[in-house]
Unconditional design. Sequence first.
Length: 94
Amino acid sequence: MVRVKDINCHHAVGLIGDYLEGRLPRHDRRRLEKHLAGCDACSAYLEQMRATIALAGSVGPDDLSTEALDALLNVFDKYQRENRENGEDASGAS
């Protein structure tokens, strides 16, 4: 996980998942919360993600068909490859 000094909207969106799962280090969580307090767009995105999680519930690997799991893993692998090619980490930070 990358520690960020100044969080912009691009970084904030990349950190929301870890934030919702309680995986952000305290320092980064505080910086993200500071950004969210001053950014209506990112705050709205956070609420949309919370609503999506609440509506979708939790899906584990055993809940998916082999084909669906393979498709999701392929999308994630492609996303990571593209970020590495663009010099970004998985959170979108450079």
